[in-house]
Design a protein around this ligand. Sequence first.
Ligand SMILES: [Zn+2]
Length: 314
Amino acid sequence: MTTLTLTDALTQTDNFLLQSIPKSDLHNHGMLGYRREVLEQHYSADLKEPPAKFHVFKEFEEYLNHTLGPYIPQADFFETSLRNSFLQAKVDGVRVLQMSIDSRFYYYLPGSMMTDMVAKAHKECAPEIAFYPQLGMDRAHNFNRLMHEVENLLDTGFFKSIDLYGDELHGSVDDFVPIYRKAQQMGLVLTAHVGEYGSAESVRTTAETLQLSQIQHGIAAADSEEVMQWLAAQKILLNVCPSSNVALCRAESLEQHPIRTLFDHGVRVSINTDDLFVFDQSVSDEFRNLHTAGVFHAAELEQIRQYGLQAFES
Ligand SMILES: [Zn+2]
């Protein structure tokens, strides 16, 4: 029996074979890891479609608040979203999943309720997936409340990594150094969203300040040879989300996406979904799109697939 390769799968016009190839999704916000239709069916609701482009980050936040705001306080929203995110990942052939769980749900699910629910959803929906629960922090959240939630959630010992997101240009990452040092001492993988809206220099300074081993987006690094050389030498993995970057106007088009420049400079990149709920592209779709757009050959996509699958091996 011959083993199916990514090259074989990409020669097919549909994604059936591509979905059977093991892949990773390392940049996946757990409340948004499934398609909109799933939530529409669950709540018998008609959800607003996102615009093709979000010109400023605020528009994106407003879309999420408007669309999901009424459902977040529902008793079953957290569990329903999680379960659907696991099921989506499983169907798409994701075998290594780093999924962020926003700390704010601690308010609705205190103690170990939240982490117990995540563990149960993994076990029941997708036990074959190597799952790396990521503790997600929003920069815009009240800082004292955020630290209270995060300290308590870290103490559960459940999380394998930590992430910081929201408006990248809001506040300073210096405030987060103590919590990153604590997470580091506990052996967590350190990641943060940077270089989506910020500069190449901000990618390096944030990675140095927080001592990151993975960066969510980081695409602005493509503007600096020096920063790319540094990232390549440090073997820092950039978890890139091409469709998200195009929709948020961080890349002109898929064809002109900076992931090509990063890869050519030896920076390790992986391909991820970010928010499937909004951008509607699975990991398989993202691989297909980059191939169809002529950004990467199949052999290069195979290298990228390996970078993702090996993210936690070291
Ligand atoms: Zn993200």
